[in-house]
Design a protein around this ligand. Structure first.
Ligand code: UDP
Length: 342
């Protein structure tokens, strides 16, 4: 058995896929999750897929005392991968304080615990939203970060800044921030995937919910952008590819292969697809007709966002392997499975 890795938000969408990949690579895992936007069922699913039940601590990381307690219990943790966060863009605009409180207090509490328990390795779940409206495409990690549109996005940017300061001041702390583009897809088993609370904000879960009959139609937020078909372009990446990058990042820190105390990498495929292309591919892959209507633009959406992938390829030796059809087919399989449960 390799080292013990703490995964905060490990019952959630990207967290649970990452726990599976960690277990497959021989790591012991401890999940810390308050289940505010995820289910304990993920634990059983992880066990069904891997044969291993991860350790589990139901804790809200915004509570400092409780956070310290889990570290006291798991003093052998060698690295923390931090996914736990609120993530709904619209909700963050309505309740900014709740977002700053939850997402930043939890980060600060974790970093304080790392300092106290001398745990030197930290992976942060960041987002391409830190680039704001990009001036150059594809977006490289050299691109200056900008104030993101939403408080949610800003918690990611501010968190990176906090990490930068803390890493600089600490004698022995190494961190990697992974900036995701648009994660979609689900595990090939169909046992775990994205399960948004209420009305989905994101394109893919919205599409699958329309196709399965839960929602009447997809609203396409604008077709007057300066892109090939007028709809915005995004870099969709399979969640399993993304999860694998986390295992590589952890190993990079554990093996002290990092070239700076704080590194950041884009995680995308480098290929952009428009909303209409995603809809067409969905219809083709699933052989269903999707009900949709073009409406006005959504505030804060940028026309185009896709990653330069060279740095991750060169330094992490990681490259996304799964294409859009595979992403969509797995999202669809998951949606059908979930609804089948009733
Ligand atoms: N989108 C849409 N209808 C929806 C949800 C999203 O047309 O119900 C579009 C959105 O305008 C964007 C793309 O789909 O161009 C991806 O949006 P998503 O919210 O999934 O990710 P984002 O890139 O905004 O983080």
């Amino acid at each position: 058995m390799k080292s013990k890795i703490m995964v905060t938000g490990g019952c959630g969408y990207i967290g649970s896929h990452t726990v599976i990949e960690l277990i497959k690579s021989g790591f012991e895992t401890v999940i810390v999750d308050d289940l505010s936007n995820s289910s304990e069922k993920s634990l059983d699913r992880i066990q069904e897929i891997t044969g291993v039940l991860p350790h589990f601590e139901k804790v809200d990381l915004a509570n400092q005392e409780k956070t310290m307690k889990i570290f006291k219990k798991h003093t052998d943790v060698k690295a923390v991968i931090h996914f736990a966060a609120h993530k709904a863009v619209g909700e963050s605009v309505e309740q900014p304080l709740m977002y700053y409180q939850n997402n930043l207090f939890s980060l600060i509490n974790l970093l304080s615990a790392l300092e106290k328990y001398r745990i030197p390795n930290f992976i942060f779940s960041s987002s391409a939203t830190v680039y704001g409206i990009p001036t150059n495409l594809p977006i490289t990690e050299d691109e200056a970060t900008q104030r993101p549109f939403s408080p949610y996005g800003n918690t990611k940017k501010v968190a990176e800044e906090i990490l930068d300061d803390v890493v600089k001041s600490a004698a022995n702390l190494n961190a990697i921030s992974l900036r995701y583009f648009n994660p979609i897809g689900a595990h090939e088993s169909g046992l775990i995937g994205e399960l948004p609370n209420g009305i989905p904000n994101n394109l893919m879960p919205y599409i699958t919910q329309v196709a399965v009959g839960i929602r009447e139609k997809l609203m396409v937020f604008g077709n007057d952008y300066p892109t090939k078909d007028g709809t915005p372009i995004r870099d969709y990446i399979h969640v399993v590819d993304l999860a694998k990058a986390h295992v590589i990042a952890v190993e990079r820190l554990l093996n002290q292969q990092n070239e700076a105390a704080f590194e950041y990498f884009n995680l995308g495929t480098g290929k952009g697809y428009s909303v209409f292309e995603v809809i067409r591919t969905f219809e083709e892959v699933t052989k269903t007709k999707l009900n949709y209507e073009v409406t006005s633009r959504r505030a804060g959406d940028v026309p185009q966002l896709y990653a330069a992938t060279n740095l991750a390829e060169k330094k992490l030796k990681w490259k996304a392997k799964k294409g859009l059809k595979e992403m969509i087919a797995s999202s669809w399989k998951w949606e059908q499975n979930v609804r089948g449960e009733g």
